[in-house]
Design a binder for this molecule. Structure first.
Ligand SMILES: C[S@@+](CC[C@H](N)C(=O)[O-])C[C@H]1O[C@@H](n2cnc3c(N)ncnc32)[C@H](O)[C@@H]1O
Length: 434
């Protein structure tokens, strides 16, 4: 056997092993992609049929993976609309078209900001960790996340059947109401009486569960948050700030400088509410705005804070519902920051009130969403279960401030849908006067 033939065989073995062992997305994003393509051609010229099949199967994998939504998906209970199919004319049609519309908008959304870019950007600098994360999610982040949520949800249903049942009812009820809201007045009149009766039964049962087991809407909402964010923590932690496009990073910069400028270089602390995997904490440290120990990250998801603690070892991270985090036990802060998180909390007004109670005199509450209030509005329409709320506008914030002595709105947010919102995102600053 000549040395040339041996080389051929070696190169083919490499193509085979890389395409089967390593996910092709890592290769396509890696600095070795040129070598990979040369090898493919090399193998193609000597063993056309086998290598062509390999290359096709490898790249069909890439296209299968390429529609991962950036927003975690809450699983539908699968019982709601499905079980009613065949029960009524106009209503059936309307829900059908609503679900079609949903698919179209998901596609549009993923086309506008390709979700794999952030994964690939991160994979470029750390292919080994990319491979670990992919393995953890069974080779597909989107499917893997959905699968993890499903497993955790059935475990929760077993350990706490009352909460599990309430979550299913709440989910079906929210989706029913959302689809009715989406109908015109005429179509709304066509919603069959049985559908409303079923909705009334769901609501009565939710009241019963509340009375018998004390399950509240807040608890249901938090359970959805916990399941979803826990399941996506590792993948989000890996993508990290690779997720932030440049203009978002600039907008975040303004919010962070407002949140930190009153804090001296040695003293004072900032609380990052809904810190997730610590992207914002990382930005504060990287921009030298505060020392790591001056930043405390808090999140309801222990998986999120575990990832954040691994990354930023000198900052403190707390796994807690923000509404349970009291000033008596934890002391006060010079600054309380909500970065892309206020809309995820069950009651934004209560959350701002809680932030005021945690804030020192002379301190600030900064609420930001670099993508803007209209982005949150869109998320709320798409997924009202996870994104139950919208961001408060200037009037609503003014009303909250006026119910406290010495709290002022010093930076008013742009209205959702305004050109300012599109250009600058959402930014609000409340000051607790000295
Ligand atoms: C969209 S993520 C934002 C994460 C992070 N701030 C960032 O910018 O990457 C929202 C976070 O809020 C957290 N969250 C939701 N409800 C919460 C609650 N009641 N208390 C604390 N954190 C909460 C979620 O677990 C999630 O990590």
């Amino acid at each position: 056997v000549s040395t040339r033939e041996k080389k051929f065989k070696k190169s083919i073995m490499m193509v085979v092993s890389t395409t089967t062992v390593v996910d092709p997305r890592i290769l396509s994003a890696s600095p070795f992609r040129f070598h990979f393509i040369v090898l493919c051609f090399f193998a193609l010229s000597s063993f056309p049929v086998v290598s062509l099949a390999l290359v096709i199967s490898s790249f069909s994998g890439v296209s299968r993976h390429s529609s991962t939504p950036r927003w975690p998906v809450v699983l539908s209970a699968g019982k709601g609309f499905g079980s009613r199919s065949g029960s009524g004319g106009g209503f059936e049609k309307s829900t059908g078209s609503a679900s079609k519309k949903k698919n179209v908008s998901t596609k549009k959304n993923s086309a506008a900001s390709p979700p794999l870019n952030s994964f690939q950007a991160a994979a470029n600098s750390n292919p080994k960790e990319a491979a670990r994360i992919l393995k953890l999610y069974g080779g597909d982040i989107q499917k893997g996340t959905v699968e993890r949520i499903k497993i955790a949800r059935s475990e929760l249903e077993r350990s706490n059947p009352a909460l599990g049942e309430a979550m299913n009812l709440y989910e079906q009820s929210t989706m029913f109401r959302r689809s009715v809201e989406g109908l015109s007045v005429m179509q709304e009149a066509e919603v069959p009486v049985e559908a409303w009766e079923m909705e009334n039964r769901r609501e009565r049962r939710l009241v019963e569960i509340h009375e018998e087991f004390g399950v509240t809407t807040t608890e249901i909402h938090n359970a959805f948050q916990l399941l979803t964010w826990d399941a996506s923590a590792e993948a989000r932690g890996f993508r990290g700030s690779a997720e932030l496009p440049k203009n978002m990073s600039e907008r975040l910069g303004l919010a962070l400088s407002l949140a930190t400028e009153r804090i001296s270089s040695k003293e004072g602390r900032l609380l990052d509410v809904g810190c997730g995997t610590g992207v914002t904490v990382g930005e504060i440290i990287a921009r030298n705005l505060l020392a790591p120990k001056q930043v405390v990250g808090l999140d309801i998801s222990p998986e999120m804070t575990a990832v954040a603690s691994r990354k930023y070892t000198r900052s403190a991270f707390v796994a807690s519902d923000f509404m349970d985090y009291s000033v008596e036990e934890n002391g006060s802060f010079e600054s309380v920051l909500f970065c892309m998180s206020l809309h995820d909390l069950p009651d934004p007004v209560a959350a701002i009130t809680q932030a005021i109670s945690l804030c020192n005199r002379g301190g600030r509450i900064v609420i930001t969403h670099p993508r803007g209030a209209s982005h949150v509005q869109m998320q709320n329409r798409k997924n009202p279960i996870m994104v139950r709320n919208q961001l408060p506008d200037a009037t609503q914030l003014g009303a909250i401030c006026s119910s406290f002595d010495g709290v002022e709105l010093t930076y008013a947010p742009a209205d959702a849908g305004s050109s300012k919102d599109a250009a600058e995102g959402y930014l609000a600053v409340l000051e607790v006067k000295e």
